[in-house]
Design a protein around this ligand. Structure first.
Ligand SMILES: Nc1ncnc2c1ncn2[C@@H]1O[C@H](COP(=O)(O)OP(=O)(O)O)[C@@H](O)[C@H]1O
Ligand SMILES: [Mg+2]
Length: 379
């Protein structure tokens, strides 16, 4: 009976025409099963289900495996690499422009976006972070809303510059157990920030490269509204990120949110789910008013075929706590808005199982010499 290793050796001759490496080296050989009579079943993992070079692999794998003595027949099947495997592959290929190791110890990156401002994206980001933290997860927030940063205020943080480690890495501030990094720590309050193009790209890259996040289960990225430069830049830098879309229930908001989904599709980010915010208001006497209409979140979720992770109602305490500097989920987990947010957080956990091997990634390499550039700050 031929051994698994012999077959694996033969499969080293099967080269991925795009990546120009052997499928063995790329870790794409998922399984090899050899029966007593030499009938061999091989599963190959592809990067996408509709991989156009599937036939090439099918033929080449069957051909090479058949050269091994004792193999009587070959059956080739395919599956798809998981997101973490894809991210690992991408990293090993040096794709994306982040240096290897920059986010190696961050298991999941979730970008929270919306078509427009004022839908409660930052409020939800802060409270989702709180809910995940309360659930024992290690969480960081990157406030990438370079024009309307509000995360520091929601965590009671001022505009103090974050400390720098002896290795010259920027250390995020920590509040209520959540690591927080914001452009707001680097600009004077109320200073008009007009970053665009390369400058913006540089600042964001630096946030991802030079911030020492440590080990995180979740890095939540609060995107600016819209589908502009920042989202594009981040998508380029974070090919493994998933996208959460926040919308209000009314049809117009949903149309705008759809544009965010289209953008995510264009840059190949997977939309993980929808959260509907401002989903009605219930008076103390129990009457419910659908102030912003009904059903927009579900409709968008159906249309994109992704889960609706939560419907967060309007409540006064949600706004008050955001202004007071402690997310509501920490101070009053039973408030209806807090409950809905906690439920959404559980949905996120269910969508993003934490695979231990990722957390065991090697320590990042020693910090490179400072590049002589500090964050571009206004004064
Ligand atoms: N469910 C809600 N109930 C009450 N107020 C809310 C709710 N969601 C958001 N807000 C308030 O609405 C305003 C806009 O929210 P914010 O999170 O800053 O939106 P975005 O980040 O999308 O611009 C804030 O004052 C916030 O406190
Ligand atoms: Mg915001």
């Amino acid at each position: 009976m031929p051994s698994r290793d012999e077959i694996l050796e033969a499969l080293e001759r099967v080269i991925d025409p795009e990546l120009r490496k052997s499928i063995v080296e790329l870790g794409m050989v998922r399984s090899i099963d050899v029966a007593e009579d030499g009938a061999t079943a091989i599963t190959v993992s592809l990067t996408t289900a509709g991989c156009p070079i599937r036939n090439h692999f099918s033929t080449a794998v069957a051909r090479e495996a058949s050269t091994v003595e004792g193999v009587t027949s070959v059956e080739v099947t395919f599956d798809v690499l998981s997101d973490t495997e894809k991210a690992k592959l991408q990293q090993s290929l040096g794709r994306g422009s982040l240096p290897e190791g920059a986010l190696a110890r961050v298991a999941n990156v979730l970008c929270i976006g919306s078509g427009k401002g004022g839908v409660g994206k930052s409020t939800l980001t802060a409270n989702l972070a709180a809910a995940l933290t309360a659930d024992g997860k290690r969480v960081g927030i990157l406030d990438a809303d370079v024009w309307g940063y509000s995360i520091p205020r929601m965590f009671g943080l001022g505009s103090e510059k974050p400390p720098v480690s002896p290795e010259r890495k920027i250390l995020p501030h920590e509040a209520h157990g959540v690591k927080v990094m914001s452009i707001g720590f680097f600009v004077k309050e109320d200073a008009a920030v007009v970053w665009r193009g390369p400058m913006l790209h540089k600042a964001l890259t630096q946030f991802l490269e030079d911030v020492e996040w440590g080990e995180l289960d979740y890095l939540l990225v609060d995107l600016p509204p819209g589908t502009g430069d920042v989202s594009m830049t981040l998508a380029q830098l974070l090919p493994q990120a998933k996208f959460l879309i926040v919308t209000t229930p009314q049809p117009t908001a949903q149309r705008v949110a759809r544009r965010a989904a289209e953008m995510a599709g264009k840059v190949d980010l997977e939309v993980a789910g929808i959260i509907e915010n401002m989903a009605g208001f219930t008076t103390p006497s129990g009457e419910r008013y659908a102030i912003f209409g009904e059903g927009g979140g579900q409709e968008l979720a159906d249309e994109l075929d992704v889960p609706l992770l939560g419907k967060v109602p309007l409540t006064m305490p949600l706004r008050e706590q955001a202004d007071a500097g402690t997310p509501l989920v920490f101070t009053d987990p039973d408030d209806p808005a807090a409950q809905a947010t906690r439920q959404a957080a559980r949905g996120i956990v269910a969508l993003t199982p934490i695979e231990l091997p990722v957390l065991q990634a090697p320590e990042p390499p020693a910090a490179p010499a400072p590049k002589g550039l500090s964050l571009p700050m206004a004064g």
